[in-house]
Design a protein around this ligand. Sequence first.
Ligand SMILES: [Zn+2]
Length: 521
Amino acid sequence: MNRLLIIFSLFTLLNQAFAQVTTYEKTITANDLSRHLHILASDSLEGRETGMAGQKKAAEYIKNHFQQLGLQPPVTTPDGQKSYFQKFILVKRSWGDVYLKVGKEKKVFLKDFYAYGDIKVPKEIKVPVVFGGYGINTADYSDYRNQDLKGKAVIIFMGEPVKDGKSLVTGTAKASDWGNDWRKKASEARKLGAQEVFIIVGNNFTDYETRLNQLKSHIAQPYLSFSHKLRGGSALFISTKLAAEMLKTTEEKLLTQKEEIAKAGNDYKSPFKPAKLSYKADVVESAVETENVLGLIEGTDKKDEVVILTAHYDHLGIENGKIHYGADDDGSGTAALLEIAEAFALAKKNGQGPRRSVLIMPVTAEEKGLMGSEFYTDHPVFPLNKTVANLNVDMIGRLDEDHANNENYVYIIGSDRLSTDLHTINENANKNGVQLELDYKFNRFDDPNRFYYRSDHYNFAKNNIPVIFYFSGVHKDYHQPTDTVDKILFDKAAKITKLIFATAWELANREETIKVDGGKK
Ligand SMILES: [Zn+2]
């Protein structure tokens, strides 16, 4: 074959692929999205809270849709059957009797202190107390050089030691990633054998009280944990006042330790002779079963590789007697997946199915802490190293303040972080298709909203799988009972859904697997 012919046949091939994506993209319509969302965000589904009847109804609805389309159920159940459901057990924990005794004084939960994470101390125990400075432990700087944490309760500051404008941890003016990350500090202390971690909140009692009042009702609620593992970091939170009491010192002397630590660095030694501590943190546990829903469009010649599309179908359920409908969050993304499933299923029926496998996976328990997607990446049905990319859709049906008069946009988050190819594919799909304004504002590394970490794609990204998070921003109805279906802009959502489909289509059909090159630095 001569050169010209090669070019010619490549051109027709490309054209065919383009014609195909356009054909199937057309099946994605505002009407269909609306039909699905009117069910997902209806009264009957009661806000789809994880483990509740509404979530189960949503799962059934999605499953039936997959079944009708002829998607394959890819999950093997313990009894060897194939299922659309990846079921797992979460532990619902409510606080029981929780208190501290400092010397002879009893301290009250959610008043004198609060707690976060998987803490369970069903019987009162006595624990020696130590002061652990900033609770940082690195090769160059450590608060624990002169400290044995085994079996002890360690009290630590947030932040990090700074001397002459330089962090002792980084050695530069730049702060380390320890300062604001209490989970990191708590996990580290526990790794070193600490029985309990106490974190000092702010610089005075008002700082503590303000924080407590923000969190109180949230912390008092039952919460869900995995049954197969404890999640990173748990701690008790106290004021400077209580910390001083526990260390038998004054608040003033306690706070001057920040300077002392900055001066002495690794050689710092705690001057305190702490009080006696005993405590109890009982929890009442019950099991909650929930499920991710998985529908597979099996690929052809590259079927071992898989492109995964996710959107969380759970929401907040009923709070204070009011249904939180979650029409935008994330009924909109779930409806988008149902439409994309239909488009791929039709292509397959016509003998034009994707070369790589496409897994459509509405996930559960996102609102409880991205737990459905975390369970999946802990228990993947397809090997993670054969997972080409994850496209995640979370809230695509509304406008945010910055776009009050402009429907024609979508936020793209993460596309260039792990793979330059993925970024380019999405841009081209948009250029050749719906031509939305792709807004990268929230993709910045210093985005204070940290959206990159806040939806299900993150569980794939942390496993080095390239991701794109499609999002149209927050609005005044976010996490309110007023996030209802009548406010959804279905034409806008349809456009974004088409873009996601076109990107998935290219990912699934192109000759080369996209490269994971670390993307933009
Ligand atoms: Zn969401």
